[in-house]
Design a protein around this ligand. Structure first.
Ligand code: ZN
Length: 477
């Protein structure tokens, strides 16, 4: 069996506390054989010198969109092209992600398996195949739903190995970012022939519905001002603009909120976590569910709790209340650090870290302009908000704890775990040098050297799927 020895690096094991300077990680086959403080003498191994580098477990990103050719977003929009999906998967891999969860929600098992064949990462998908969530998707879009997507149920997808419910609600169904960069600009273009960008659509949406997405949020003067700023005054009246925004945002809104209860009920019945779209518009609903959840609050994941619809004070207060109840608090890198597609700074991200409220970090999507998880962690460490080991724990072991079926036997550098290992630059964590998945080097010197899996990895499957596989094999023979 081929061995791989990573030596001289700063090893961060993923348990949020252990850091070993100048240690070694020995990989044999697809597993980690040893992690030690001293350099071990081993023969017949390939060596990687990680001097000046940090060695971490592969990142587990549990909140991504656009990584399968299935319906896009919880609004079930037309799927992305295969080329775009490949590009998106490649980008995540180069950012040090080794396990990724698609939270578009309506994918089939076959669509996830197809995506999995396009990358060396482990790809899984959450499910929101429930009647209300489906109705919410149809109310805003639904163009990506084939019969195969419609006939699944959340329970059938969970039985096939989906590790969580989610994303329950989303920007597209609850007046968030996806409305800004997709649906509102499309509706405005349809009416006026003019293009507006995401920022402009967001301003218009806030003027019509406020940050909490309510009809009472309407402010005619603000709408008038936005129309003037955007250059649409001659093409749209205030009332027409209101109508366009309301018709784009509101039809799925109540259905999506009812979908929260439905998804939570299934989460409890099946004992799997549910990933809820946490934003100003959904905060009361999540709180209501969490307050009634008792022991089951650990099944509630409040996604991207730094959502830009919250004010900073509101986000911190809300996250604290949820955290006190036992809810898992996730924050998203979004585009706040470098890409700045929407232009929002990472203030809420930092504030939630500073308040010690965060359990996990993910990317979300931002029309594909999200910053990498390691970029977000790098800046947070530089600001003194996290130690290196705390930062890495948020995206490895903590995610495994939150969603156990997503990455069994991963998320830690320790003996017997699956050898998903990432080596990054010590000075700039976001600079990913090497990615090893299941013991195989797939990124070297920051470039993908192995795009797809060379062989199926049995460890990617759920234990019951493996058992079922053996069983059917026996029957076939
Ligand atoms: Zn969301």
């Amino acid at each position: 069996m081929v061995g791989l020895l990573i030596k001289n690096g700063t090893i961060v094991t993923g348990d949020s506390k252990t850091l070993i300077a100048g240690g070694t990680v020995l990989i044999t086959g697809s597993r980690i054989e040893a992690v030690s403080r001293r350099s071990t003498r081993v023969t017949r191994v390939q060596e990687i010198d990680a001097q000046g580098k940090v060695v971490i477990p592969g990142i587990i990103n549990h909140h991504a969109h656009g990584i399968t050719c299935g319906p896009l977003f919880p609004s079930a929009a037309e799927p992305l092209s295969r080329d775009q999906v490949k590009k998106n998967l490649g980008a995540h891999l180069l950012q040090g992600t080794t396990t990724i969860l698609c939270v578009d929600g309506f994918t089939t098992k076959e669509e996830v398996e197809h995506a999995s064949k396009l990358t060396s990462m482990t790809v899984k998908a959450a499910t929101i195949h429930t009647p209300k969530n489906l109705a919410a998707a149809d109310a805003v879009d639904g163009a990506g739903l084939r019969n195969s997507n419609r006939k699944e149920t959340a329970k059938s997808r969970l039985a096939q190995g989906a590790p969580a419910l989610g994303e329950v609600g989303a920007g597209s169904t609850l007046g968030g970012g996806c409305q800004d960069y997709k649906y509102i600009p499309e509706a405005v273009k349809c009416e006026t022939g003019r293009e507006i960008d995401a920022r402009q659509a967001m301003e218009l949406k806030y003027a019509v519905l406020g940050r909490h997405i309510k009809r009472e949020g309407f402010n005619a003067d603000k709408v008038k001002k936005v129309l003037k700023d955007v250059g649409l005054s001659s093409l749209l009246t205030v009332n027409k603009a209101r109508e366009i925004v309301e018709e784009s945002v509101l039809p799925p809104f109540d259905l999506a909120l009812e979908g929260f209860e439905e998804a939570y009920g299934i989460a409890v019945q099946c004992n799997v976590p549910a990933i809820f779209h946490n934003a100003a518009a959904t905060k009361d609903k999540i709180l209501e569910i969490a307050q009634a959840a008792g022991q089951n609050t650990r099944l509630i994941i409040a996604a991207h709790s730094n959502h830009d619809t919250f004010s900073l004070e509101e986000a911190v207060k809300h996250a604290k209340r949820l955290k006190d109840l036992g809810v898992i608090i996730d924050i998203a890198s979004f585009d706040c650090f470098i890409n700045r597609f929407f232009g929002e700074p990472p203030d809420i991200f930092y504030a939630l870290l500073e308040a010690g409220l965060c359990d996990t970090v993910s990317t979300d999507y931002c029309a594909g302009h999200y910053d990498s998880i390691l970029t977000a962690l790098h800046f947070s460490i530089k600001k003194g908000l996290l130690s290196l080991s705390q930062a890495i724990g948020l995206v490895t072991r903590n995610v495994v704890d939150a969603i156990p079926r997503l990455a069994p036997n991963k998320g830690l550098l320790s003996e017997g775990k699956i050898a998903d290992v990432v080596i990054v630059d010590e000075e700039n964590l976001a600079k990913v040098e090497t990615v090893i998945i299941g013991g195989e080097v797939v990124v070297r010197a920051g470039e993908i050297v192995q795009m797809t899996k060379t062989k199926p990895r049995p460890q990617d499957k759920e234990p019951h799927e493996r058992a079922k596989g053996h069983h059917s094999l026996g029957k076939g023979i």
